[in-house]
Design a protein around this ligand. Structure first.
Ligand SMILES: *Cc1c(COP(=O)(O)O)cnc(C)c1O
Length: 392
């Protein structure tokens, strides 16, 4: 049985060119980049090179890039760091209702510490309401944080516009671009971005390495105290091999963005078009066009997302109900609820996330399998029985 992986929004595999770039930094070039001898200088050179690769991918300066332990750490640092660095100006932050838990739970903790947070509503497609954003800004607002693209439904936000509004009011703007890197073209200068989070494992670098862009002149309180690594802002000896992998992976992802997006969106559209045409009582979640090229999120009435995942898994197909971090909890997705879906529909949702390694043939196999699984589960569903009876 061919295994098909369509959960690339949860994580991606490390590709061969990325692994090859990393391998020398385990056994051969193992020096500590803080050391002044030759071993150290060699490592420092690789560290500088990776920083330049990340900077180039978003039109930033290398000195504006800080390596972190993951996307979650970058989000924590940006939000907490900005909140505390600007505490004299005020204690009000603005974010959206559909952020990743790395953001939502950081804001929740800040509320416990005495900050106030406004969670902006979204429309039925998952787009942040710009009027609500303008109205939410107060004299004591210090930070707006809105994700570039949503991990569950793929909706892309008008980031440049949000950045413009933030700057008109003298407020800092952070964006969680973890899902967007490699799919959405980012220019931190043109898009008025002050801070940007990214994570390696969403674009073929290893798990456990991320970065935070911090515009020159923006002050953050530090998250980790210790040595002078990352210009004294993020202490701890650098994860050299992973950082080298991150640099290589972001270069490959952004160099080939147009070709990848064309190929990925063709596979996604095959999924969406066939599912909507061939399976009754389902709906596409998110925006039809302002969405990530690889995201397909669909709700199926009368059945549960988890049961569909198990059915697909038995056929060797990996999908997700939305957010890997939320699986295991029975609460429906906070993103789908914020978009106005009723609980029972939100429960019947699955996400297929595609990258450039998936093919049209795989999309067809997945839709064929999904049709069987949905048929079988609806055959067992008392809700579907009741619905059919009510139609008579
Ligand atoms: C995956 C993800 C994160 C968390 O990144 P980690 O490196 O897994 O901690 C944060 N935000 C979004 C939107 C994500 O998709």
């Amino acid at each position: 049985m061919e295994k098909i992986y369509m959960d690339n929004a949860a994580t991606t595999r490390v590709t061969e060119p990325v692994l090859e770039a990393m391998l020398p930094y385990f056994c051969g070039t193992f020096g500590n980049p803080s050391s002044i001898h030759g071993f150290g200088r060699e490592a420092k050179k690789a560290l500088d090179n990776a920083r330049a690769q990340v900077a180039r991918a978003m039109n930033a300066e290398p000195a504006e890039i800080y390596f972190t332990g993951c996307g979650t750490e970058s989000d924590n640092w940006a939000v907490r760091g900005a909140a505390y660095a600007n505490i004299k100006k005020g204690k009000h932050l603005i974010t959206s209702q559909i952020e990743h838990h790395a953001l939502i739970n950081t804001c929740g903790q800040l509320e416990k510490e005495g900050f106030e947070v406004t969670y902006l509503p979204v429309d039925e497609f998952g787009r942040v309401d710009m009027d609500a954003l303008e109205k939410a800004i107060r004299p004591d607002t210090t930070l707006i944080s809105v994700m570039t693209a949503n991990n569950e439904v793929g909706t892309i936000q008008p980031i440049a516009e949000i950045g413009r509004i933030a700057h008109e009011h003298g407020v800092l703007f952070h964006t969680d671009a973890v899902q967007a890197i490699g799919s959405v073209k980012i220019d931190v200068k043109a898009m008025n971005i002050d801070m940007l989070s990214l994570s390696g494992h969403k674009f073929h670098a290893p798990k456990g390495v991320g970065a935070l862009y911090v515009r020159k002149g923006v002050r953050l309180q530090r998250l980790i105290y210790g040595g002078e690594q990352e210009r004294g802002q993020r202490a701890g000896t650098e994860n050299m091999a992973s950082i080298v992998g991150l640099g290589k992976a972001i270069e490959l992802a952004t160099e080939n963005i147009d070709a990848h997006n064309a190929q990925v969106s063709a596979v996604r559209d095959r999924l969406i078009d066939r599912i909507l045409a061939e399976i009754p009582y389902c709906r596409l979640n998110g925006h039809r066009t302002d969405r990530l090229p690889g995201n397909c999120n669909v709700s199926f009435q009368f059945i549960e997302g988890e049961s569909m995942l198990l059915g697909l898994d038995m056929q060797g197909i990996a999908a997700s109900t939305g957010s890997a971090c939320a699986s295991g909890s029975l609460d429906p997705s906070h993103v789908l609820l914020a978009m106005g879906l009723p609980h029972e529909i939100a429960h019947g949702s699955i996400r297929l996330s595609v990258n450039e390694e998936n093919t049209l043939e795989q999309a067809d196999k997945v839709v064929d399998a999904l049709k069987q699984v949905v048929d079988r589960l609806r055959g067992l569903s008392p809700l579907y029985d009741d619905f059919l009876a009510s139609q008579k």
